[in-house]
Structures are given as C-alpha cells and as structure tokens.
Design a protein around this ligand. Structure first.
Ligand code: SF4
Length: 408
C-alpha cells in the first residue's frame, strides 16, 4: 500500500527515515548478543511505537529475529480507556503473528484502587509518598521477568520505550521522571531499575531503540505509518486519535494512569475529551479531585504523639498523618463506582466501548478489607482523626500546649 500523504511528507519524512535507520543500527549492534528479547509495553505512545517498530523490523527481515520474543504488557488497571482498548486490539494482532504476550498486573491487594480504598494508604504524591510506579508497574514487571527467565537460558534483552530526544542523548542523560518532555510513566524505571533488581542482576540488559525519536516522529509512526500494510497494519491510529487525532502531532502528552495523582494537569484525559466520540468519558474528570480530597486531614488519622518505630528509634515526624478512614474509603469507592456507572450508561446509549475502573473482584476485595478493619502496617485504626486539634509534640519530646484549652 502506498504511504498516505501527511504534513510530514518531504524533508521531515526524510528525518523519520533516518530515525528508523538509527533504530535499526542500535538493534543490530546490541540485539545479536542476546538470544532472548522482551519488550516492556504499557500501551502508551512511546512503548507502543517501540513495540510496533521492532516487530515490523523483525517481520520484514530488516533486523535478525531473536530466538524468543516476549511482549510484557504492563496492565496497571489505571490506563486511559482509549489506550486500554487499543492495547487489546494490538495484543490480538501480536498473537495472530504468533508472538508471546504476557499481561502483567499487580497482585490484587497491591493494585492502585485496592491499596487506597481497601487498605487505606493515601493516594501517592510527588513528595513523601510516591509508591505507585514501583508497586503497580515495576514490581509486577520484575516478577514477570523472573518467571520468564526461569524458563530460559542466559540473558534477556529488555527493550523499552524510553525516548529522550536529541538534546538528552547528547548529554547522555536518561530521565527517571515521567513528567519530563511528555515521557511515558514507568519507562525510565524499566530502563534503570530493572537491570539491578533482586534476582535479575546480570540477567537482563536494556535497550531503548527509539531513544532519539522526537515526539512528532512517534505520532507520525502511530497515526500514518504503522496502520499501513507495508508497516505492519497495526491498530495504532487509535492511540494517536486518543490524543486528538490530526492535532496529535502537536501534543507532547505524558502518558500514564487516568487521573494520575502526581501530574499537575489531566493533559491526556483533557485531550481525549476534545474528541467527540470519547466525550462520554467526561465523568473520569472526577477521579483526580477525589485523590486530592482523600489526602485531606478530615479523611485521615494521625499519630497522637511521639512514635517508636520497630527498630526502637523515634520517628522523625511526631503526629504524622496516616491512612484514610474507613468512612472515607467507602465514600471513595462509591464515587469511583458512580463514575464508572455514569460512563458505562453513556457508552451503552451511544454504542461505545465500556470501561472498567473497578471490576467485581476488586470491588469485593475492597469491601472485604474495609469490613475487616484493615490498616497499613504500624496503624491500628484507633488513632485520632487527623483534623483533631492537639498540643504540638516535637521530636525531642517537648510539648507545645494548646493556647486555648478545649471549651475555653
Ligand atoms: S501515571 Fe501517575 S499514578 Fe500512575 S504510576 Fe505513574 S505516577 Fe503513579
């Protein structure tokens, strides 16, 4: 099939061809040393481009196929719905080609919704509590790799979608942050943390063959090249469409969880909602404010005074705020379920795909954890509400009494 004309034709197309050529060179340089390859794929734009480019290069004989290729789809259960739907289709296309695909999901009690709403751990934030990426992406991927390595001899070459653009490459810098330059959450961690993980050290190498791609190349590939038969006939246009269709080339959207508690804005979701057929997902805008609300003192408990830790030392921050109350967890669960119902009622009415924020197993587990009065380690649930006014306790044990006692 002939390549469809796009704004990219001409000089920029040449750049695209050069980018692909560099990708081929990096795979030819490092690939043959490794009989087994894995691809860490989250369904976001960068790792989807990486997955489809690498598979196409193998299919067309432009690079030599490894002995085994395993695609690890990191399903956090938090993906933006249009991306989750596209990922399902791409998985079908991979399996049709005989490629092994493993869906990697955190164990039930470690999943984002269950951990927050069932166990009561506050939603992550950028400062003290960024537990999410490791727990819902990295740890499950490490485990999947360990399991796969048990079946194989030698090393795995793990291919990631880390993409840094030209300036970062000049600086030989790989960002861990998923907030930089529209990067895809988790990919930098896969690149840097996985090779050193327990049980994996020395057994995995990593390669980011699209490291030098600019974001416009990623969109161009997903929207105009990969869907064509000559380049693999992939269902990747949906990914670009999810970010605004023809406008997608202009958008350097970070990809990650829907309602990510760490991102300043819901950029990806906002862009999705500009597309008429995705507007039924508008209730998802209620997720991010809910995470913010659940971090407020009125929904949490706190330590009453000095806290002695397991090792006998005194905790640095007396009266620290802790988990979410059982009532607030129930409120959060009902809110998420209401958002899901509202989206799915509209989906049914409009003949659009339904979404799954919390499935029936997860809901049952959350309710069971709440009913069992479950608290994170180090908490009993009988601590005071975090908005209780109390004398201030300092780490040296000094107490600053209340200026006015209760009732005064
Ligand atoms: S996208 Fe946001 S909420 Fe999801 S794992 Fe990354 S930082 Fe955490």
């Amino acid at each position: 099939m002939k390549h469809q004309p796009s704004f990219f034709d001409g000089g920029q197309r040449l750049q695209m061809t050069e980018s692909i050529e560099l990708t081929i060179q990096s795979l030819q340089a490092y690939g043959p040393d490794h009989p087994h390859w894995g691809i860490a794929w989250s369904g976001g734009k960068d790792s989807s481009a990486t997955l489809t480019v690498v598979t196409w290069l193998i299919d067309t004989g432009k690079i030599r196929a490894p002995e085994t290729l395993t695609v690890f789809y990191a399903d956090t259960r938090q993906e933006l719905p249009p991306l989750a739907i596209a990922a399902e289709q791409i998985m079908d296309e991979l399996r049709e080609r005989g490629i092994r695909v493993e869906v990697v999901t955190a164990p039930m009690d470690k999943r984002f919704m269950v951990y927050i709403l069932g166990r009561g751990v506050p939603p992550p934030n950028n400062n003290t509590l960024r537990w999410c990426t490791r727990q819902i992406k990295i740890d499950p991927m490490e485990q999947a790799l360990r399991d796969r390595l048990d079946q194989l001899d030698g090393q795995i070459l793990m291919i990631t979608g880390v993409r840094q653009g030209e300036s970062a490459i000049r600086d030989r810098r790989i960002e861990m942050s998923c907030g930089k330059d529209g990067a895809e959450c988790g990919q930098g961690w896969y690149q840097q943390v996985l090779p050193n993980a327990r049980g994996l050290r020395g057994r995995i190498a990593t390669l980011a063959p699209l490291l030098h791609w600019r974001v416009c190349h990623v969109w161009e590939w997903l929207k105009h090249w990969a869907p064509e038969a000559d380049f693999g006939d992939w269902s990747t246009a949906m990914i670009a469409d999810a970010y605004g269709g023809d406008e997608a080339e202009e958008i350097n959207a970070r990809t990650g969880c829907v309602g990510c508690a760490l991102a300043a804005e819901d950029t990806a979701l906002d862009t999705v909602l500009l597309v008429p057929q995705w507007q039924y997902l508008r209730p998802l805008k209620g997720i991010k404010p809910l995470w913010r609300e659940l971090r407020e003192p009125k929904h949490r408990i706190k330590k009453a005074g000095l806290e002695r830790l397991k090792d006998g030392s005194i905790a640095k921050n007396p009266q620290r705020m802790g988990p979410i109350t059982l009532e607030a967890r129930t409120m959060g669960l009902e809110r998420i379920l209401a958002i899901q119902t509202e989206c799915n009622d509209a989906a049914r009415a409009e003949g659009r795909p339904q979404i799954s924020l919390i499935n029936s197993d997860e809901e049952a587990r959350i309710r069971a954890l709440i009913a069992a009065n479950t608290w994170p380690d180090g908490w009993e649930g009988d601590e005071p509400a975090a908005d209780t006014v109390m004398p201030v306790v300092y780490q040296n044990g000094a107490v600053q009494p209340l200026l006015f006692g209760a009732g005064e």
